[in-house]
Ligand binder design. Structure first.
Ligand code: ZN
Length: 285
């Protein structure tokens, strides 16, 4: 197993509360690049064991972590992938994974500030699958084999932008700067007793808004990998935001305000701590 983090733009292991620069630990400068670390995810399992005997760079608690995959090539988002969230949204269950993109420029670290683009900005805690291998036409039974690991994400969504026009367009409303915080670590699949059943939750301004288990996904991670890879070639570092459970702001008519905290968590993976700040809305054409 391994826990991969990003410290000052360099790949590092998280081990026992401390971090270890991966290039230093391995003696291989190529592994400083977080994306190269994902490309070579199979090597990381053996290297992770060296953590105990290497020199630590410091405590994780004292570090500012970046996104474990800061520049993914493709970011897939899945809508309405929990039955209760589809219900609260008042729409029918999709017959196949309802897919959009979060443009990769929205990806941010686990403690990034969220500049709000308006007064209808919403939270969506999600398990994020990180692809490890270049792959196409992957069978469901083989799908976990091309996943490097799991991380946690927020699919921050400006509902006013998302629901502009008919049909609505999801991509831009979910792609403002820092609308895709991920982390705190990329955790290898074998670190989970059951990678298809993680607890995840989201607190906004100290109030529990979302709590679910990923076993409630309508389309499981292997199904998503099989479906998406039957259409798009997948690359190492590609992210799949797997969908959010019920409890989003849109269903409560309650949206994010400057100064509010968003704390998102998942079993084993850890927590994201994001603070909302005033931002800039979209240009009105
Ligand atoms: Zn989402």
């Amino acid at each position: 197993m391994f826990r991969l983090v990003n410290i000052n733009g360099r790949a590092a292991f998280e081990y026992d509360g401390s971090w270890y620069d991966l290039a230093e630990l391995s003696g291989d400068g190529m592994l400083a690049d977080p994306l190269q670390a994902v490309v070579r995810h199979r090597e990381l399992h053996a290297l992770y064991g060296r953590g105990a005997s290497a020199a630590s760079g410091g405590l994780i608690a004292d570090a500012v972590l970046g996104a474990p995959v800061p520049q993914p090539r493709q970011v897939f988002g899945i809508g309405l992938n929990y039955r209760d969230h589809a219900g609260e949204s008042g729409v029918a269950l999709p017959p196949a994974p309802l897919t959009f993109t979060k443009f990769p420029s929205c990806i941010a670290g686990p403690t990034a500030e969220i500049p709000l683009s308006g007064d209808m900005v919403d939270w969506e805690v999600e398990i994020v699958a990180v692809i490890g291998d270049e792959a196409s036409h992957v069978a469901v039974d083989d799908a976990w084999g091309v996943v490097a690991g799991l991380t946690l994400g927020q699919d921050i969504s400006d509902r006013a932008v998302q629901l502009t026009g008919v049909p609505p367009q999801f991509c831009l409303g979910k792609s403002f700067a820092n609308y895709g915080p991920i982390g705190p670590a990329l955790v290898s699949v074998d670190a989970f007793a059951d990678p298809d059943d993680l607890s995840l939750w989201c607190d906004v301004a100290g109030e529990r808004m979302q709590a679910a288990r990923s076993s409630q996904l309508i389309f499981s991670i292997p199904t998503l990998v099989a479906y998406l890879s039957s259409i798009c070639r997948l690359y190492p570092g590609d992210l799949i935001f797997t969908g959010t459970p019920s409890g989003v702001g849109m269903a409560r008519n309650r949206y994010l305000a400057p100064g509010e905290s968003i704390v998102s968590g998942a079993d084993i993976i850890g927590e994201l701590h994001n603070t909302c700040v005033a931002g800039t809305g979209p240009f009105a054409p």
